[in-house]
Ligand binder design. Structure first.
Ligand SMILES: C=C(O[C@@H]1C=C(C(=O)O)C=C[C@H]1O)C(=O)O
Length: 386
């Protein structure tokens, strides 16, 4: 058999990959043309009918080229999601002069390497902005920095698919004047990282922020005689373990963050849930305006007092106006024992007629009511769930 030259084939693959990159960039440029036409014709950005036809056609054509339809579906779903996000971000910037492509001073928990930093980077990519770093050591410091105008924006985790709601952030939302202007979903893949040559059996102490510790509880519970050390943030845990250079000490963090600190992974994917994601919110002093062409989400808080059926009555107002509720959470109210504050997210634009009618009725029937903000709904359901 003739000798096959690996380097030569790899050169061809690299050339093809570069062509693919150019094609992806060309497709994105066309998406921008599409959104401009949708603005003229007042059409919504998302067109599920077109997406279904496109995917069916590609699966069919792919089959003839020996490409599995599951593979084609996965690749094109991700290309289409990017195209929808690109169009929504374009429209948001057009409608909101505050969302310019500028440098933003962003307050977040930790520093480079923290999951919050990854969320900050994702936000900046959507506004084409740069970062003036404002790392903080607590959630209330983040709210305070934005409220006192020391920072332009704050980025905070609010819920996780394994450990649930982040109560501290929910509690701070009760008293803040800040508005939620965006949400971000960050896949969180926890690894067990070490600073030098070692083995899992040698580890006696594991450092981590309390969120990753909660999200990896199954893995940690299986280990015997391990001391868990809770740190302020993932980045402070990473830098401490890097400095200690101890073969008995490990830390929970992403493989990528580990690279920043010269740490190696000895166990990958140690979270309780495989699809471990954290939802972050972006807060600012000014609310944003979400164009009707975009998929919107609105967050509200309300309390209903102690009357029997009071919560049901409030929720029936959403039903009456066909406002879809996608999340409800409750937290105690400081200084009012046994009263609860309800946090409600709806997939509706704050400016819509249905929402305005519902709000008018809610205000007349509940004890406390406030709007936390309206922003782009960036929820993506995993393939298995949909
Ligand atoms: C590009 C469009 O906008 C959206 C993105 C699509 C895509 O990237 O193919 C398809 C349908 C829309 O949800 C379009 O409407 O054609």
């Amino acid at each position: 058999m003739e000798k096959i030259d690996l380097n030569q084939i790899r050169t061809q693959i690299t050339a093809l990959d570069e062509q693919l990159l150019q094609l992806l960039a060309d497709r994105r440029a066309l998406s921008i043309q599409v959104v401009k036409s949708k603005i003229q014709d007042q059409k919504p950005i998302r067109d599920s009918y077109r997406e279904t036809l496109l995917l069916e056609n590609l699966a069919e054509k792919g089959k003839k080229l020996d490409l599995k339809s599951e593979y084609i579906n996965r690749v094109y779903r991700s290309i289409i999601e990017d195209s929808v996000e690109l169009q929504q971000d374009f429209l948001m910037q057009l409608d909101n002069p505050s969302l310019k492509s500028a440098e933003y001073k962003i307050a977040y928990l930790g520093s480079k390497g923290s999951y919050s930093h990854a969320a900050v980077e994702k936000y900046l990519a959507s506004v084409n902005g740069g970062l003036i770093d404002f790392g903080c050591t607590s959630f209330d410091a983040i709210f305070a920095a934005v409220e006192n105008k020391e920072a332009d924006l704050g980025v905070l985790p609010i819920e996780n698919t394994s450990s649930g709601s982040i109560n501290e952030v929910y509690d701070l939302l009760q008293t803040t004047r800040l508005k939620i202007i965006d949400e971000l979903y960050i896949p969180v893949k926890h690894n067990l990282l070490v600073s030098c040559e070692t083995d899992l059996s040698e580890i006696t102490t594991i450092y981590g922020h309390h969120q990753p510790i909660a999200q990896c509880s199954d893995f940690l519970n299986e280990l015997e005689d391990i001391e868990v050390k809770v740190m302020d943030s993932t980045s402070s845990a990473l830098s401490e373990v890097q400095a200690l250079k101890d073969p008995k000490i490990a830390v929970l963090g992403s493989a990528e963050a580990g690279k920043h600190y010269g740490l190696q992974s000895i166990r990958a994917d140690v979270a309780n849930q495989k699809d471990n994601q954290t939802r972050f919110i972006v807060v600012a002093r000014e609310a944003v305006n979400v164009p009707f062409a975009c998929a919107a989400k609105t967050s509200l808080i309300l309390s209903v007092g102690q009357r029997p059926g009071a919560l049901v009555d409030a929720l029936m107002i959403f039903k009456k106006h066909s406002v879809n509720m996608c999340k409800i959470e409750s937290r105690p109210i400081k200084g009012r024992p046994w009263e609860e504050m309800f946090y409600i997210d709806v997939t509706e634009n704050l400016k819509s007629e249905a929402m305005q009618l519902a709000i008018k009725e809610l205000k007349a029937s509940v004890s406390d009511f406030s709007e936390l903000g309206c922003y782009i709904n960036r929820t993506i359901f995993s393939e298995e769930a949909s």
